[in-house]
Design a protein around this ligand. Structure first.
Ligand code: NAI
Length: 327
């Protein structure tokens, strides 16, 4: 049988963790023949809750769960990890300024990026879910680069939830099953400035844009609906999206590790593609094969799209500027 894959999950006692851990342990992320060891990190005050989650994981008797432990020490949690899912983050408190939020989280992700680079496997794949996801990933990556050892290309931020939201909305508008849709792209920051780009989408090789044939829909309905989906869920549920966020993390890692025959949106460090400065963690359409990913190249960026890209890039550059002193 296969050697277990070590998956570290931070914020393990939180809402997303409560959905995510069970799906990893059941084999949905890495395959039904791949044993996993879960290494849970959370704050000292959440250790008791982590033990409760471990009791429930035990009670599922998952055949693929080869081990699980919880700790409040990052070095222990990331030790020999093959995959790190950085979910835990400090939420925005009442009256907290955005710059303050960036800085508190910056401190967390500096420590964790360094710890991962020192203790995880050299080929570790890192996905940051905790918000602000792109900038937290940027900080973790910069901290990791200082240490060396791990691959700087493997520090990602999560835009897959935005991608999946866009897929679902476009499929509904086109009146086609969601799994018949191909080639969705979401560009930029995981924030309301993201650009959900359905111009390249196809169903059975046909252009979805010409199928929908409604220019105003994109601007007046689709763009704001994707951008405000997170807020709409908080409004309806009284809590932020958790099961769908966990699902997106499962999709991101599954596709990265196992490959895909479609485009998937990943927040990856730019290599300069599409004029996005190197190192900025930016949502791009990617293709995955043999455990690595490639940014889809050569897509036409029209004037409308360029304006959208500029806006979301500007926001990311402002965030990077705000955390500069931490790097
Ligand atoms: P939650 O508040 O239920 O859980 C967060 C957990 O993280 C708590 O158990 C907390 O103790 C822990 N934590 C805080 N600081 C930590 C640290 N330094 N080390 C380890 N653990 C730490 O929050 P929830 O709903 O699970 O969301 C987690 C994060 O994911 C939030 O930042 C949220 O904004 C973000 N999110 C991102 C999405 C995306 O698409 N990128 C979608 C939805 C949520």
């Amino acid at each position: 049988s296969k050697t277990p894959v070590r998956v570290a999950v931070t914020g393990a006692a939180g809402q997303i963790g409560y959905s995510l851990l069970f799906r990893i342990a059941s084999g949905e992320m890495l395959g039904k023949d791949q044993p996993v060891i879960l290494q849970l990190l959370d704050l000292p005050q959440a250790q008791k809750a982590c033990q409760g989650v471990i009791m429930e994981l035990d009670d599922c008797a998952f055949p693929l769960l080869a081990g699980v432990f919880a700790t409040d020490d990052p070095d222990t949690a990331f030790k020999d990890a093959d995959i790190c899912l950085l979910v835990g983050a400090r939420p925005r408190g009442p009256g907290m300024e955005r710059s303050e939020l960036l800085n508190v989280n910056g401190a967390i992700f500096t420590v964790q990026g360094k710890s991962i680079a020192e203790h995880a496997k050299e080929g570790v794949k890192v996905l940051v879910v905790g918000n602000p996801a792109n900038t937290n990933a940027y900080i973790a990556r910069q901290a990791a680069i200082k240490v060396g050892r791990t691959n700087p290309a493997n520090y990602h931020g999560m835009l897959r939830l935005d991608h999946n939201r866009a897929l679902s909305m476009v499929a509904a508008k086109a009146g086609r099953p969601v799994d018949s849709l191909r080639k969705m792209a979401v560009w930029g920051n995981h924030s309301p400035t993201m650009y959900a780009d359905y111009r390249f989408c196809t169903v059975d090789g046909q252009s979805v844009k010409s199928m929908i044939n409604d220019e105003a829909w994109n601007n007046d309905v689709f763009q704001p609906a994707v951008a405000k989906r997170g807020a709409a869920i908080i409004e309806a549920r009284g809590l932020s999206s958790a099961a769908s966020a966990a699902n997106a993390a499962v999709c991101h890692i599954r596709d990265w590790v196992l490959g895909t025959d479609d485009w998937v949106t990943m927040g990856v460090p730019s290599d300069g593609s599409y004029g996005i400065p190197e190192g900025i963690i930016f949502g791009f359409p990617c293709e995955c094969k043999n455990g690595s990913y490639k940014i889809v190249q050569g897509l036409e960026i029209d004037a409308y799209s360029q304006e959208k890209l500029n806006k979301t890039l500007k926001e990311l550059q402002d965030e990077a500027e705000a955390v500069k002193s931490l790097l």
